[in-house]
Design a protein around this ligand. Structure first.
Ligand SMILES: Nc1ncnc2c1ncn2[C@@H]1O[C@H](COP(=O)(O)OP(=O)(O)O)[C@@H](O)[C@H]1O
Ligand SMILES: Cc1cn([C@H]2C[C@H](O)[C@@H](COP(=O)(O)O)O2)c(=O)[nH]c1=O
Ligand SMILES: [Zn+2]
Length: 199
């Protein structure tokens, strides 16, 4: 039986578009929990092996050790009895069961920190994120920078031709765009600009 030091748990959700800093924020919170001597376990979907099979890796190459799993329920199997904080990255890739799993963990007194996309490439809510946002105590929405116009970006523009909702990828397949510059259909990448910061 789990022994938890506190009897109050909660769910934190970090959502937003791709490149908005969700993973960086998850890593920041986990590191601070570790500074606070909290025992932390981090999980991610096996499906997301973009940068690494086991580590959670941000687009800026910050890294965190994690356990890759296929289904959210596997968290219970891997959970150590003394774990106080659970982090879950790419939460949109788990089925709706992840909501019950997070609720059960929070109900047992754990702090649950989830990071994931709130919208798919067409700008539609990415289930199970709406359900998770509804039951979370704390919600943070991150914004990227639109690569077309420089405004805050809340959408992920797909650059590869596919109508599937799930297409794993990074900057070769997606770019951050604002609602004005985003189009629902996959489109060509925005040409890069040469930046001259210093003389
Ligand atoms: N268009 C962009 N807007 C903001 N950050 C970007 C953009 N493109 C690349 N990045 C990089 O992505 C980092 C965020 O990465 P990450 O935390 O993995 O984002 P997310 O998990 O939301 O996809 C930023 O700190 C920055 O280095
Ligand atoms: C918009 C969108 C994204 N994906 C995939 C692409 C990436 O593998 C992840 C998101 O990663 P990030 O850490 O937020 O950068 O999701 C997808 O499968 N379908 C989509 O519509
Ligand atoms: Zn824009």
């Amino acid at each position: 039986m789990h022994q938890f030091p506190k009897d109050i748990g909660w769910i934190e959700v970090i959502c937003g578009s791709m490149f908005s800093g969700k993973t960086e924020e998850l890593i920041r919170r986990v590191k601070r929990a570790v500074y606070g001597k909290q025992r932390v376990q981090v999980f991610k979907p096996k499906l997301d092996a973009r940068y690494d099979e086991t580590q959670v890796v941000s687009h800026s190459q910050l890294k965190l050790t994690s356990t890759p799993i296929d289904r959210a329920e596997e968290i219970f199997y891997h959970l150590s009895t003394d774990t106080q904080v659970v982090g879950i990255d790419e939460v949109q890739f788990f089925g709706k069961e992840v909501v019950q799993v997070c609720e059960a963990l929070a109900g047992k007194g754990l702090r649950v920190i989830c990071a994931g996309l709130d919208q798919d490439y067409q700008g539609r809510p990415f289930e199970p994120m709406p359900q998770l946002l509804a039951v979370a105590e704390y919600v943070t929405k991150e914004l990227a920078i639109c690569v077309v116009c420089g405004n805050p970006a809340n959408r992920s523009q797909r650059l590869v031709s596919s109508g599937e909702r799930v297409v794993v990828g990074a900057s070769e397949s997606y770019e951050a765009r604002c609602r004005k510059c985003h189009v629902a259909e996959p489109t060509e990448a925005t040409p890069p600009q040469t930046l001259k910061l210093f003389d």
